[in-house]
Design a protein around this ligand. Sequence first.
Ligand code: NAD
Length: 492
Amino acid sequence: MNLEGVRGGAGTSGREDSYIGGKWVPSASDDRYEVVDPATEEVLGEVPAGCAEDVDRAVDAAQEAFEEWSTLPAKERAAAFAGLGTLIDDVADELVELIVAEVGVTLAWARDVHVGRLSANIGNLLKLADQMPPPEGIGQSLIVREPAGVVGSISPWNYPFGFFTKVVPALVAGCTVVAKPSEVTPFSVYRLTELVDRLGLPPGVLNVVMGTGENAGDPLARHPGIDVLTFTGSVRTGGQVLSAIAGNITRPILELGGKSAAIVLDGAPFEQAVRGTLWNCYMNNGQVCGAQTRLLVPSSRLDEAAQIAADAASAYIPGPPRDPASTLGPVVNSSQYDRVLGFIRSGIEEGATLVCGGPDRPLGLDRGYFVAPTVFSDVQRDMTIAQQEIFGPVLSILGYDDEDDAVRIANRSQYGLSGAVWASSDDEAVRVARRIRTGQVQINSGVFNGFAPFGGFKKSGFGREGGIYGLLEYSEVKSLQLPAGSPLTISA
Ligand code: NAD
């Protein structure tokens, strides 16, 4: 794709590439890196790698802006973003193109999921201003919530616009933000930041520092001027971020990886459950943190499940994301490609049954990081492909003996982000879902709800995003101890 004219894209100066204090400014460092189209392996552009000095300037700007922004009523803060949805919808086609070029998802997926819901999602986040809890009385105390301070936000590449699910609630809650989006997908975020710039927010309320994890992410996490660090990414980086913030006792919100299980109980609509799980596993080219990548079925029905899954997988057509015939794009980059193929090889070596797909390139695709739609059956609970997050279109089917065994397998994971239970009734599914140690569970054909809290148990992280739960993560609770008989006392 020709990114001429897109900030940072090939053919532009690519110099003024961080947004600090309400202005586009050049990085203080000359280090740069190349951004590559995962479908063609062509270089899309070269952008700054960032540095600690860029972060320092951004945190200074956010601290200065905090004084006034934090005192505004939440509804006034939300109103400052009122025009954003329209600005987004006006350039939706352009945003779709950028997502396809950077992430490699199909045109249809970029249009329907990445961009199509963006303005509505932001609108819903802004409506949270109406749900801010009023002061509460406990005895002679008045309990109020205050903005938590300056928020550092570090986000991944799989849904580049997901950085808004951190930034918007933080801003509505009265915090100011320094965001460091993923270096893998800078162009879409540049474009979105240009739209935010047109809203005329007070300078420094939102700052976006571009750069790599090492050059810009680490200095942001370590910065003593950050009060809350919200991070979405891998468990490995999440651990590094925790170490980095330890010295400052910065409050963390961590949204990390997953290896979620879909349990199909006896009496469930079997074919629908297997097909639904495979679809869920392959979403976004198999690159979703909460994807259901382990399918648990009664051992006696393993072959039947494998056959249905293979049939469903065969309907996926890997190919160039802009070709309307393609239904599965590439994984995001060469290191992710090598990693996914490594996991597929480990499945074969450790003795799982390869039902379809495998480590070979899909036919006719000589360039790009394309992985064949892959299904393994007879996967044993401690195999690598049953334990590690693969982040590619690879489904592992495991057999269980009875309900207790299914729950045991589902919980035998370092992760606890998501999952599903399919049963003959919602009651039965809920009963089993309550036994799974995970942050959200799909009940039969239930769908994702952006107003409900989203987050992890165990190594999937802590803290919640989504709805009012997500917003309140960006506030601190303060108790005001009133004198006896104060007219301000609110009865409990
Ligand atoms: P990643 O951990 O490699 O990078 C995430 C972000 O961290 C990037 O912006 C990166 O530049 C930055 N980073 C890297 N090293 C850093 C360091 N030392 N200090 C500070 N920041 C650093 O993850 P990724 O490959 O971009 O994304 C994929 C991972 O994200 C998967 O594990 C996926 O499950 C997870 N994820 C989780 C959720 C969730 O809500 N739980 C959502 C999406 C993705």
